[in-house]
Write a protein that binds this ligand. Structure first.
Ligand SMILES: Nc1ncnc2c1ncn2[C@@H]1O[C@H](COP(=O)(O)O)[C@@H](OP(=O)(O)O)[C@H]1O
Ligand SMILES: [Mg+2]
Ligand SMILES: [Mg+2]
Ligand SMILES: [Mg+2]
Length: 390
């Protein structure tokens, strides 16, 4: 048997087993009981380094495409949401980098995109463009020597993101471009990658190529002359850090310490179809918030909040929308490790262990520990008023 993988399988609280198994022999297992110290179980160092590398390399492909976005680069999915060659290229790159960096790990990714539309007749040119972008990006990075992937390799890499997630084992959670509408508009977007272990988010990386390094405020407007490109990363129990994309010198970040809600400012989606702006305005009014909302796309909102740019993030999708884990997993740990709190409108923490979807009560609210009780109260009142006005 080709033993090439070590997997930690939790059983009872303090006893862990190490399972030695082969990826080439259908995961046939040889299970050895072993007690592990929590530091061994919880280090995730290799995974953390791989995730940062993957999200940074994918950002280069996205930056290149955003600068020269062609009409033909943007397609429409079945649900009529946009997807671009960069969404596919980024997903392929992250998958390839994780596989190269972690060759002995079991590989499972829950990701937003799949290759179905790229396998259809008429999609050959788009697929070739994606393949060229992936190859160019890998060749400029140079980490893996000279490799040339075929279109079939790229389709396979995209489809390695077909896991359903869940409460057992490890699963990467990937949004290759979060905020595709912002990306197409030339605004904010993020490459969001997190690792779930037994249903819990244990690390997260947010690559935000257009987010200014300096803090953004209510009068924020994206402009090309600001210094931009931030990488946020957080590991469970180890805090949140930010560094310039592709740069070194990370700094530890913290959410704001504001206690008076009148001084708070809040983030929400740029797209009013993604979140009810009238509801957040009513919540902000109850809190006495004076500043106008900061409306930006993607999980860049979580990143900005983690470094104290604003105090609150409100997300209230319209009726019937189901939130997906890749839209929140990385952002959630980036904020919580920076001292913030992320919950649904009723105060329940987000549960990432239920598969692709989050099972939520109405919306998502994010702020610091001090402001959360007042925010929950304002949310409850605004929701009741909205319900009684219907
Ligand atoms: N009707 C809707 N309500 C809420 N969220 C929606 C939505 N339609 C799409 N989304 C999600 O909102 C995400 C962007 O969030 P934001 O509004 O914060 O920028 C999208 O991620 P993608 O761009 O990865 O598809 C998509 O998953
Ligand atoms: Mg999408
Ligand atoms: Mg998304
Ligand atoms: Mg996306």
């Amino acid at each position: 048997m080709n033993i090439n993988c070590l997997r930690i399988v939790p059983t009872q609280p303090q006893v862990k087993f190490i399972s030695l198994f082969s990826r080439t022999h259908n995961y046939s297992s040889l299970v050895l009981p072993l007690k592990l110290s929590s530091s061994v179980v919880m280090s995730y160092d290799k995974e953390f380094a791989a995730a940062k590398k993957a999200a940074s390399i994918a950002a280069r492909l996205c930056q290149k495409v955003q600068k020269a976005l062609l009409q033909s680069d943007v397609q429409s999915k079945l649900d009529r949401s946009p997807v671009t060659v960069a969404d596919y290229g980024s997903q392929a790159l992250v998958s390839i980098v994780l596989e190269r960096e972690l060759p002995s790990e079991p590989f499972s990714i829950v990701a937003e995109e799949d290759s179905k539309d790229l396998r259809k007749d008429g999609a050959q040119d788009t697929l070739q463009r994606i393949t060229d972008l992936v190859n160019d990006t890998l060749s400029i990075d140079g980490s893996y020597g000279s490799i040339t992937l075929s279109t079939e390799d790229v389709l396979k890499a995209i489809d390695s993101g077909k896991s359903e997630g869940g409460s057992h084992g490890r699963h990467w959670v990937l949004d290759p471009i979060d905020g595709t509408k912002g990306f197409v508009r030339g605004d904010q977007y993020a490459i969001a990658l997190a690792l779930l272990d037994e249903g819990k988010v244990v690390l997260g990386v947010l690559s935000c190529p257009n987010l200014p390094l300096a803090s953004i405020r209510s009068d924020y407007q994206h402009s090309a002359d600001k210094e931009v490109g931030c990488l946020f990363f957080a590991k469970i129990g180890a805090g949140t850090y930010m560094q310039p994309l592709n740069g070194s010198s990370p700094v530890k970040v913290q959410v704001t310490a504001i206690e008076n809600s009148e001084e708070a400012s809040f983030f929400e989606s740029y797209e009013k179809g993604h979140s009810m702006h009238d509801l957040s305005s009513s919540i902000a009014k109850k809190l006495g918030v004076k500043a106008p909302p900061v409306r930006i796309d993607s999980q860049a909102k979580y990143g900005a909040l983690s470094r104290g740019d604003g105090a609150i993030y409100l997300r209230f999708p319209h009726k019937g929308y189901r939130e997906k884990i890749w839209d929140h997993a990385a952002g959630c740990i980036v904020v919580t490790e920076a001292g913030g709190v992320v919950s649904d409108a009723s105060g329940n923490p987000l549960d990432f262990s239920k598969g692709k979807y989050l099972d939520l009560d109405i919306g998502i609210i994010v702020t610091n520990q001090k402001l959360m009780p007042a925010l929950q109260k304002a949310v409850k009142e605004s929701l009741e008023e909205k319900a009684s006005s219907l």
